[in-house]
Design a protein around this ligand. Structure first.
Ligand code: FAD
Ligand code: DLZ
Ligand code: SF4
Length: 509
């Protein structure tokens, strides 16, 4: 036989490097559902259903194109439950000369793949994942010798290199970044278009039944299920975003509205990260929308920056810093993850809404992840490993390469300032300005202390006081630390007592 070509669940792209030069008559494409991938952390039910359904649809499409596909279902007799076990069985079935696989998205999977040559006595070729705009090697070269790895400078290089939103060597409109225009608080009466909702077909129905039966103790609502599970559906969702939401993406990028989980975001991360959509095709389509006058520059530049800037940058950081990155804990945070992250049971309305929507949709938009859930985990001093595990479990777009730098770096400052130049800590005012959550909250956002004060307020100052030795020399925090030093002894004591009372109650839940 020829090659065994393994496709992982986040490699569902027809142009994936592991399929290039495939000999349809002798090579075999292996795709396998394995229990270990669904349970090494106990993924949200919707995430598992999405992965399995998209994998089954992709395998069907490959079969229709003439590939010889060996698809292993979770319930197949003899399924060993792991990639290694399934590759071993496939080697026995097909006796390949070589195993070909595209570079995976997680370090643990890379280590596993690197053990196969010796274990099975078969050559293993790991091909670059050319669906990204920047390779780990290019990122390393960019990072080499720099004191600070700021996303903004990386992003400008990506714009130049791929000639995106450029005019005669200069950024379109004269500025690289239009973020100052992208912080509008929500107005009342915003007309939000409905997010794309795919119909459940028989393949997805079978998967939903399997997940309901096999993973019933996992977090999250399985139904209603409406993710796109094919490339055609994902392309439709992209068209709908560009036509209906992109124009207002910039203005309301940071806004949060109770009962509106989707806002003007794209909801494309699921499809992008599993391979149904390609980053550059999304970028070119949105860029064209700007040139066609369908969306303003602040929206299009802001959106494109997320994809060629943040998305590529966090992947670069992940591969640059792993495996040590998984153990970073600059602030020595050690609290266990509060139960409310699972139950949503809290009087804090912002957290309650964000956990509820996460449970229902396996999705929350960026500001909910960053400034509500993430800000709370930071201020409460939760152990980075537990926070990472939670984010990896609950979001259908989460794979370690993208989840970990956002959690360890962006929200927890656990890397000591690699991703962010200062912690994204904030009191209740930020949430009050950018959302309507505080209107329906038990706590009062304008109160700094006392049993009915917004907990974000005293937790914020307590966080600064607690971490003074680690943070006060940070030039970007000099103004806040000037305020800390002006606090009277009484104010400091009351703040610390409020924080202690709140945290003790939290620890008991
Ligand atoms: P939009 O707001 O429409 O943005 C467009 C696209 O930009 C996204 O689809 C995504 O591909 C990309 N993007 C935007 N911000 C980021 C970012 N910070 N890092 C990487 N890509 C970005 N994104 C994931 O894809 N997977 C994760 O596991 C993940 N975990 C996160 C954890 C935390 C704590 C935070 C703060 C952010 C995380 N993000 C993650 C980034 C971001 O929140 C999601 O990409 C976004 O919410 C997905 O929704 P959307 O497609 O509607 O995004
Ligand atoms: C997320 C996921 C799940 C739940 N199940 C599988 C699976 O059974 N088989 C598979 O190939 N991939 C799955 N995935 C996606 C993988 O976890 C992902 O491909 C690796 O973590 C590498 O990023
Ligand atoms: Fe959240 Fe505080 Fe506002 Fe309540 S008052 S919703 S806890 S920010």
């Amino acid at each position: 036989m020829g090659a065994l070509r393994l496709i992982l669940g986040d490699q569902l792209s027809h142009n994936i490097s592991s399929l290039q030069d495939c000999a349809l008559d002798h090579d075999v494409v292996l795709i396998c559902e394995v229990r270990a991938e669904a349970t090494y952390v106990k993924h949200h039910k919707k995430k598992i259903a999405f992965a399995f359904s998209a994998m089954r649809h992709f395998a069907d499409e490959l079969g229709q194109q003439g590939y010889r596909v060996d698809y292993v279902k979770l319930g197949d007799a003899d399924n060993t439950g792991s990639f290694k076990g399934e590759v071993e069985r496939a080697v026995e079935r097909h006796n390949p000369d070589i195993i070909i696989v595209t570079f995976p998205g997680e370090y643990r999977v890379l280590e596993d793949i690197q053990s196969w040559r010796k274990a099975f006595d078969v050559e293993v070729e790991i091909r670059p994942d050319d669906r990204f705009l920047c390779t780990p090697e290019e990122f390393r070269a960019w990072a080499d010798g720099r004191k600070q790895l700021r996303m903004e400078f990386f992003y400008r290089d990506m714009r130049r290199k791929h000639d995106i939103l450029m005019r005669e060597g200069e950024p379109e409109g004269g500025k690289w970044n239009y973020d100052v225009e992208n912080r509008k608080p929500p107005k009342t009466g915003l007309e939000l278009p409905r997010t794309y909702k795919a119909k459940v077909d028989p393949v997805t129905r079978e998967v939903l039944e399997l997940v309901a039966e096999q993973f019933c103790d996992h977090f999250g609502d399985l139904e209603p299920f409406h993710f796109a599970v094919t490339r055609a559906q994902a392309l439709y969702a992209l068209g709908k975003f560009v036509g209906e939401r992109l124009a207002r993406f910039g203005d309301y990028q940071d806004a949060m509205v109770e009962g509106e989980p989707w806002m003007y975001h794209s909801h494309l991360s699921f499809y992008l990260n599993c391979g149904l959509l390609d980053p550059l095709e999304i970028v070119r389509k949105t860029e064209q929308a700007y040139y066609d006058g369908l969306a303003p520059l602040n929206a299009v530049e802001g959106f494109i920056r997320q994809i060629i800037g943040w998305r590529e940058y966090v992947r670069g950081i992940y591969w640059l810093k792993m495996p040590q990155y998984a153990n970073e804990n600059f602030l020595k945070a050690k609290r266990k993850l509060p139960r409310l992250f699972w139950s949503g049971e809290t009087h804090m309305n912002c957290l309650r809404q964000c956990v509820k929507e996460t449970r229902e949709n396996a999705y929350a938009h960026h500001i909910q992840r960053l400034m509500v859930l993430g800000n709370f985990a930071l201020l409460a001093g939760v152990d980075p490993k537990q926070v990472n595990e939670w984010y990896l479990i609950v979001y259908a777009d989460a794979y370690e390469w993208v989840e970990m730098p956002n959690v360890t770096g962006m929200i927890l400052f656990a890397d000591g300032g690699v991703v962010g130049s200062k912690p994204y800590a904030a009191g209740g005012n930020y949430i009050n300005k950018m959302s309507n959550y505080c209107e329906h909250c038990f706590y009062s956002v304008s109160k700094k202390n006392g049993p009915d004060a917004c907990p974000f307020n005293y937790l914020y100052w307590d966080f600064l006081i607690r971490n003074k030795d680690k943070l006060r020399s940070n030039p970007r925090l000099s103004l806040v630390y000037a305020s800390v030093s002006k606090m009277s002894k009484d104010e400091t004591r009351t703040t610390q007592e409020d924080a202690r009372r709140f945290i003790e109650a939290l620890d008991k839940t």
